[in-house]
Design a protein around this ligand. Structure first.
Ligand code: FEO
Length: 427
């Protein structure tokens, strides 16, 4: 059996626990994954083979154009007739690419997928649900390989609705799918051998898992009680050295830092603005002052010119209400505002309160555009935004102050005085 250090020079399987093998593929040339993720040294598509006394199981496959490498490694330790079980923890093409061929080559295999994966079989593999024999499984369903037992854990949205994890009970190996993975290509394969992958691990979490933090926490509730010798994800190093550290780290990443800083009886309202001649800035200050009058609202004010997108995204994740201010220039909101708004896909904004304001010269489209974007992000936009032509006078600044007060009042769940509901409020 080759040493893991030889992985680029061998096409054989790598055994890392008795009867448990890595049969994946390395993709060192990849520089971008799923359009949004940078992959500075590529990635790996990890697939696994488990040999039991009554048959062989395959857990996940590889991207289609790496099939030959996957099949060569598989054939180095098992014949297709021996395969009784195929588990697809996640149907994204980087893991299901070799599945159709594997199903054809392994005539005695039964496919196990989550219930939600069934809806994806046709769309992803161009197969009707009748083309494959499959069994759907839920948390704590078991499949026996004789002296080996696989247990399934339903972990939806990590990273798609179909995702699940598979636990090899006798050897305490968790085949975790995308969870605990990272795009880090290193032939030394194991976390105690590869280079420094800490950045890749956190970067991957931030882009793949972060939008689904509540689902991560639900999955951790299933995973944390397990005895864990090894975590075997579908990308990056196999975590055999102190795997519980990574579970703990996921818990920390999924839990707000400085939790308790904003009290249980307080709501966080953040105002972000960009101003060219100081007019939108004066509006922002007035809205800030109005919002700050409301008991129970913790209000923050940020000039986008003085910050960078990533820290602002972190801030926004913890906010309960977001108010964006932009002047209208050439019929549009300004670029720093769009840069921030377009970076918010990595966090869950559903249900947060949204509002917009800004000064304009002759048209003032920016406010409605920002509101549309916020609605597209599933935020609630209960009040129409405030627009001021050029320099706000005292009356207009009073309106801004009232607007801030009203947004904060809605945020803390109180009634706005003298408020006449119009259709925009129902958006
Ligand atoms: Fe590695 Fe979500 O696929």
């Amino acid at each position: 059996m080759p040493d893991a250090m030889d992985i680029f020079s061998t096409r054989e399987a790598i055994e890392f626990s008795p009867g448990v093998y890595w049969i994946g593929a390395m993709d060192p040339s990849l520089r971008t994954f799923d359009i949004i993720l940078k992959t500075a040294n590529g990635t790996s598509y990890n697939a696994y083979l488990i040999r039991g006394s009554e048959g062989v199981a395959i857990v996940d496959t590889v991207k289609e154009n790496f099939s030959e490498e996957f099949f060569r490694r598989l054939e180095s330790v098992a014949s297709y007739d021996e395969i009784k079980v195929i588990v697809l923890n996640h149907l994204e093409p980087d893991h299901s690419g070799a599945l159709p061929q594997l199903m054809e080559r392994a005539p005695h295999a039964q496919l196990y997928i989550s219930q939600r994966a069934t809806a994806m079989l046709k769309g992803l593999l161009n197969r009707s649900n009748d083309d494959f024999e499959y069994t759907t499984v839920v948390t704590n369903d078991l499949v026996s390989l004789g002296d080996r037992t696989l247990r399934f854990l339903h972990t939806p949205f990590l990273h798609w609705p179909d995702t699940q994890c598979t636990y090899l009970e006798e050897q305490q190996v968790l085949f975790s799918g995308d969870v605990f993975g990272c795009h880090f290509c290193d032939g030394r394969l194991f976390n105690d051998k590869v280079g420094d992958f800490r950045f890749s691990f956190d970067y991957y979490y931030a882009h793949i898992m972060r939008p689904f933090k509540q689902h991560v926490l639900n999955a951790l509730d299933l995973i944390e009680p397990l005895a864990l010798n090894i975590i075997a994800p579908t990308h990056g190093p196999i975590l055999r050295d102190r795997p519980a550290r990574y579970v703990k780290h996921y818990r920390e990443l999924s839990t707000s830092s400085l939790s308790g800083e904003i009290g249980d009886n307080e709501k966080s309202l953040m105002i972000f603005y960009m101003s060219s001649y100081g007019n939108t800035a004066r509006m922002a200050e007035a809205i800030f002052a109005g919002a700050d009058e409301v008991e129970g609202a913790r209000v923050s004010l940020f000039d986008l010119e003085g910050g960078e997108v990533d820290p602002f995204v972190d801030l926004i994740e913890g906010a309960d209400a977001l108010v964006f201010g932009s002047p209208t220039i050439n019929g549009d909101a300004v670029k720093p505002v769009w840069d921030l708004l377009s970076s918010l896909v990595v966090i869950n904004l559903k249900g947060k309160l949204g509002a917009a304001f800004g000064s304009y010269g002759w048209s003032g489209e920016a406010i409605a555009m920002i509101e549309d974007r916020m609605r597209g992000l599933k935020m609630r936009v209960p009040l129409s935004g405030v627009r001021v032509k050029l320099i706000p006078d005292d009356d207009e600044l009073s309106q801004c102050r009232a607007y801030g007060r009203n947004i904060a009042t809605i945020l803390v769940g109180k009634r706005i005085e003298n408020h006449v509901l119009d259709l925009a409020d129902l958006a």
